[in-house]
Design a protein around this ligand. Structure first.
Ligand SMILES: Nc1nc2c(ncn2[C@@H]2O[C@H](COP(=O)(O)OP(=O)(O)OP(=O)(O)O)[C@@H](O)[C@H]2O)c(=O)[nH]1
Length: 613
């Protein structure tokens, strides 16, 4: 057994300083070469303990931390959001995390997202409140520990910083975490530590690294014990083409040992297990040698966790980023089962009806599905890979079931050209964003605004009460259609409505209304227009001087009562009452008496809705 370095990932919003922090940590360690320097891995950087001790000065002793760990192993997060969701068996690939934020900006969408991911993967983390040197009046000293640097500041500057820290404490509290500035933490087991730093000047880095080590000692004892000669386990970061080498797999090993002649198993985008034999194991060359030889990598025969390694092997085209990687030299079936059970672990509950989800890696798919689940958004299918024509067709089938599920939520994937064409022909929505949590928000906002739009459309289609009078001596045409001069006596009348007389008989449908040669779609009280009434015959269906009412169904009547009544004018209300009287006398003595709630209308399907109108 040996203790490996804890794997640390740096998460945070765009531009809040992830790269600068990692660069600074690397930079300071390169500078302190005599202390042993760093090991550059594929996709990661390892800082040995003696280097950390030299950066942290007396802090480690002060914290009473024994030097038991080989160092800290930082995954190179920047520019690759999917890293935030890399997983290993039973949780996140990272054992520890730094949640970094710009102290002058506080929480931003990706900060919330990172926090959610840390919460759901239960990864212990430290908050780095970065860019303290940007606080107006801050007096920087390169590489200084925060505890000393803060003594060099004017009291107003310290006050400013504290205000900002307390805002972060407040937001963390709302998100379910108790936290404090590291030097005021009373209980390390229940409070998250916040370390003010500048990734730029290096201020506060000693404390940041010390706090990480503190977390490692507190939480990670067993997790870090590995068997040095056990077959390796790892997580695939990326499959990528490398000049002269073909397809290679960048992998982080978190357990065991990988040998050059090992056979390995990984998962494909289709969740199938592939088995392949390693051709070569590569690690980065030291910087000076890269300059001389221009080749970036060197061969190695064996590599022990924790480590980042580039693997050259055939048949790896379909391997998915985030896939587990395992050595399978003898008991292939067992290893295959283990891999498949990892996929099952990503518990994706699918429904008959729901949205489609696409993501680039197993980890990001899992994170996305978890967030959608927590918001009770049903998922029809969740898959890795670009959006294909088949996805668009499947989403359009869902659209037929329910408009709000005719949707694809996609993280870090592209729309294939053939799918673009199909998409143009369909009504479905594709949501794409680099922030997982933003995708869910956008989708929910869209669903809500669609509901609002539907409601507005329903309101707009309610027929309003209105009555008209056929003016004497102004019947211009007797039939097909009958055309007469009319006066609008109440309400607003729209083209297309049906008119009835005071005996409840249908007179005809308003085909058009005209005034001074102008065609009018709707006309309001007091106007006089020439009205064409289809199917009506003068002196059979209506006479000069007749008062005619706009006809409506009983449900429309209730809809007005429930939704529009306070918007009606007195004369319109009167017209409603007159219409009700006519209906009660001619159709049903209870017409318009038993009210049905409008909200029921929201649950009507299309046919019922048509019926209603
Ligand atoms: N003043 C100051 N600027 C900083 C500090 N840390 C980072 N910056 C600047 O902020 C900008 C963004 O920093 P990055 O390190 O690239 O941020 P990032 O989080 O890696 O950004 P992405 O990789 O795009 O997500 C750069 O211009 C940095 O120089 C800091 O402590 N102080």
């Amino acid at each position: 057994m040996k203790t490996r370095s804890p794997i640390v990932s740096v998460l945070g919003h765009v531009d809040h300083g992830k790269t600068t922090l990692l660069d600074h940590i690397r930079g300071s360690t390169i500078a302190s070469k005599e202390a042993g320097g760093i090991t550059q891995h594929i996709g990661a950087t390892e800082i040995p303990m003696d280097v950390i001790s030299s950066i942290c000065g007396g802090f480690l002793e002060k914290m009473n931390i024994q030097e038991q760990l080989p160092g800290l192993f930082f995954i190179d997060t920047p520019g690759h959001e999917a890293f935030t969701t890399l997983r290993k068996r039973g949780g996140s690939l990272a054992d520890l995390a730094i949640l970094i934020m710009d102290v002058t900006e506080g929480f931003k969408p990706q900060t919330y997202e990172a926090l959610n991911i840390l919460k759901s993967s239960k990864t212990p983390f430290v908050v780095a409140a970065n860019k303290i040197d940007k606080i107006p009046g801050w007096n920087s000293t390169k590489g200084e520990c925060f505890s000393k640097a803060v003594q060099n500041q004017h009291k107003n500057v310290v006050f400013d910083l504290d205000q900002k820290i307390y805002e972060i404490v407040g937001t963390l509290h709302e998100e379910g975490f108790e936290s404090e500035r590291f030097d005021r933490v009373s209980n390390f087991a229940s409070q998250i530590t916040i370390v003010p730093i500048s990734a730029y000047t290096g201020e506060g880095l000693p404390e940041l690294l010390t706090m990480l080590l503190g977390l490692a000692y507190q939480y990670l004892n067993e997790q870090l014990q590995i068997e040095e000669d056990a077959p390796a386990s790892g997580t695939v970061l990326e499959v990528k083409e490398e000049k002269g080498l073909g397809l290679t797999i960048d992998t982080i090993l978190y357990d065991g040992v990988l040998n050059k002649d090992d056979r390995i198993m990984m998962l494909t985008k289709e969740n199938k297990v592939i088995s392949t034999k390693i051709r070569s194991l590569l690690k980065p060359k030291p910087l000076e040698e890269i300059r001389e030889s221009k080749t970036m990598f060197e061969d190695t025969n064996q590599i022990v966790a924790a480590a980042g390694v580039k693997i050259v092997a055939p048949h790896v085209d379909d391997v998915v980023s985030g896939s587990p990687l395992k050595v399978a030299n003898d008991d292939n079936i067992r290893v295959e089962d283990e891999l498949l059970s990892e996929v099952d672990n990503i518990r994706i509950q699918t429904n008959d009806i729901g949205i489609l989800v696409k993501a680039d890696t197993l980890g990001s798919l899992e994170a996305l599905v978890n967030i959608l689940d927590s918001k009770d958004i049903p998922i029809k299918s969740a898959e890795i890979g670009d959006i294909s024509r088949r996805d668009i067709i499947n989403a359009s089938i869902m659209y037929e079931e329910d408009e709000k599920y005719g949707v694809i939520i996609a993280f870090n994937v592209n729309i294939l050209p053939s799918a673009e064409d199909e998409l143009n022909d369909q009504n479905i929505m594709v949501f794409q964003d680099r922030v997982i949590y933003q995708l869910t928000e956008d989708y929910l906002n869209w669903v809500n605004s669609a509901k609002e739009r539907q409601k507005k459309a329903k309101l707009a289609s309610i027929i309003r009460p209105s009555k008209i009078r056929i003016m004497p001596k102004l019947v211009f045409r007797h039939s097909k259609p009958a055309i007469a001069g009319v006066e609008i006596m109440s309400g607003i009348i729209e083209k297309g409505v049906t008119l009835i007389n005071d005996k409840g008989h249908v007179v005809g449908r308003v085909e058009s209304m005209e005034d001074n040669g102008e065609n009018l779609p709707k006309v309001s009280r007091g106007s006089q227009v020439a009205m064409a009434i289809g199917d009506a015959v003068f002196e059979k269906d209506f006479e000069e001087g007749d008062v005619l009412y706009v006809d409506m169904s009983e449900r429309n009547f209730f809809a007005i009562n429930n939704e529009l009544k306070d918007k009606l004018l007195d004369d319109e209300i009167l017209t409603m009452e007159e219409l009700q009287e006519i209906k009660q006398e001619t159709e049903d003595s209870n017409w318009g008496v038993i009210n049905t709630d409008w909200s029921e209308l929201d649950t009507l399907d299309e046919d019922e809705y048509e019926d209603f109108y």
